[in-house]
Design a protein around this ligand. Structure first.
Ligand code: HEM
Length: 122
């Protein structure tokens, strides 16, 4: 691990900061923002807090099926590449450590599974 002053992701407050900062970027992104145009963020963001708190902190607050929500979205590999680059950039701007690395790794792996299931990977 590289020595740094930045703290690792450790609490639900950290997860909320990460998700909020990520969505700020998403909503300013010309490729991704249109996909979220009809999403009610005050409802959606707490679902994402639960998702990432379950993945990274193991609190089991997310109990749904994330893939199902992506089946009918107008997205292809371009969108996934951008999503991943914004997510990774957001993690690196705010956190460093094992959980931060795990967050990026899990995002990459889930994005791969989503793209595979959507038939986007040749
Ligand atoms: C191209 C990349 C992606 C785009 C454009 C995208 C977009 C969206 C949108 C618009 C929703 C709201 C759907 C709805 O409520 O009807 C959503 C939900 C969600 N997304 Fe993504 N997504 C992407 C990739 C990912 C990845 C890689 C992950 C996980 C690492 C993820 C995790 C989730 C979760 C947990 C939800 C909430 C599902 C629920 O309501 O239970 N997304 N996404």
């Amino acid at each position: 691990m590289i020595a740094t002053d930045m703290k690792d992701i450790a609490t639900r407050a950290d997860i909320e900061l990460l998700v909020n900062a990520f969505y700020e970027k998403v909503m300013k992104d010309e490729l991704l923002a249109p996909v979220f145009q009809h999403i009610d963020l005050p409802h959606h963001l707490p679902v994402l807090y639960n998702f990432w708190a379950s993945v990274l902190l193991g609190d089991q607050s997310y109990k749904s099926n994330p893939f199902a929500k992506h089946i009918h979205l107008p997205i292809d590999t371009k969108h996934f590449d951008r999503w991943l680059s914004l997510f990774t950039g957001t993690v690196d701007e705010h956190f460093a450590g094992d959980k931060a690395e795990e967050a990026k790794q899990r995002a990459l792996s889930i994005a791969g599974i989503f793209q595979h299931k959507l038939g986007l990977l040749k």
